[in-house]
Ligand binder design. Structure first.
Ligand SMILES: C[S@@+](CC[C@H](N)C(=O)[O-])C[C@H]1O[C@@H](n2cnc3c(N)ncnc32)[C@H](O)[C@@H]1O
Length: 339
């Protein structure tokens, strides 16, 4: 089975909103060749427009997302048969025979069963060795890590993120690594792993799509374990949830000064159109789900750049159970830049 870019559990992903984004762009009569997605998460929005022949600029603060963009969205050469052979080899491993390793020492009995954890640690170490020994090139390295990230995520003992694990013993799932469906594209992709506020100062695009975190819930907390495996620096992990130190990947958009950070971002964007995704969870009852920037703030900030139109659609989304889903709306602010 080959997995597609959207076959991932990722909070706030816009897989189901691609049509809505595309239709909004059509309604606004926007002609464009270059598309920036600087809070790209899964990368599905950027991929959608890359597939339509646009040049993309895709970025996220998390290194694990960057690795996935390098695997799925770049044009660098790779040998498909080599990847398949390596993955087939991994899938034949008898985890019973593997030794304990960094991953099983830290993540068995919580997020994974001991045997699956040993296999994840072994596979990740083997990818590193193959890269250091130059048996695989950069693209192949990123593809193999991404195949592991997608596959391990599907069997974790969680609700879909790593803020915590389920209150039950992880079952043995006999991890199988899946291949990813790697397409080739006719247009260029530019891939970054930077703070969006710094990056936009260097970019000039026709359309800049902006989809920042909506509330106090840090993506670094949700996906620390995937980040740990992608980076493979084998850091010390802390407390019950086994999170590594992650100061440099904590987002300012989830903190009290989110409004000022957003205003700084918008000010520095050089684009003909700025399209901002936002949802109305500020009516949420749990404090961590309350939006850091209100609808009024957003309007006011965008209007400093040009004329703003608002589009809305109904959408179901992730919540911790306390939020009224009925009133939930996904919004797109479209700003035609004048200054
Ligand atoms: C709402 S999610 C984006 C979802 C994405 N549109 C998708 O469809 O998958 C917000 C993303 O912004 C990233 N992020 C948070 N702060 C950032 C920053 N300062 N610079 C770049 N990315 C950031 C998070 O890691 C997360 O992936």
């Amino acid at each position: 089975m080959e997995l597609n870019i959207e076959n991932r559990r990722y909070i706030g992903n816009k897989s189901k909103l691609l049509k809505f984004i595309d239709e909004t762009i059509t309604k606004e009569n926007i002609n464009f060749e270059t598309f920036g997605d600087v809070f790209a998460g899964t990368g599905v929005v950027a991929e959608y427009f890359l597939n339509k022949g646009k040049e993309i600029y895709v970025n996220d603060l998390l290194f694990s997302n960057f690795v996935i963009y390098k695997a799925l969205l770049s044009n660098e050469k790779y040998e498909k048969s080599k990847i398949t052979k390596i993955i087939d080899g991994y899938n034949e491993i008898d985890s019973e025979k593997l030794q304990d390793n960094y991953f099983s020492d830290n993540f068995s009995g919580n997020y994974y069963h001991y045997k699956d954890a040993k296999k994840i640690g072994f596979v990740r170490e083997d990818i590193e060795k193959k890269y250091i020994n130059r048996e695989i090139n950069d693209r192949e390295y990123n593809i193999l890590i991404s195949c592991l990230l997608y596959s391990m995520d599907r069997i974790s003992n969680t609700v879909g993120h790593y803020e915590s694990f389920l209150n039950k013993e992880p079952e043995y799932k006999n991890l199988q690594i899946s291949n990813l469906n790697i397409k080739s594209y006719n247009s260029n992709s530019n891939i970054y792993n930077e703070d969006a506020n710094m990056l936009v100062k260097k970019l000039k695009v026709d359309v800049m799509y902006v989809d920042p975190p909506y509330n106090a819930r840090q993506y670094a907390n949700f996906y620390h374990l995937l980040e740990n495996v992608a980076q493979w620096k084998k850091p010390k992990v802390y407390n019950k949830a086994k999170k590594m130190e992650r100061k440099n990947i904590m987002s300012e958009y989830c903190k009290a000064n989110a409004k000022a950070v957003f205003a700084d971002l918008i000010e520095n964007i050089d684009a003909k159109y700025i399209i901002v995704s936002y949802n109305n969870t500020y009516e949420a009852k749990s404090t961590s789900s309350v939006n850091a920037i209100t609808y009024q703030d957003m309007m006011q900030i965008l209007e400093t750049k040009g004329k703003v139109s608002l589009y809305e659609t109904d959408y179901k989304f992730f919540n911790s159970g306390k939020t009224n889903l009925d009133k939930h709306k996904e919004r797109l602010f479209v700003c035609k830049v004048e200054v």
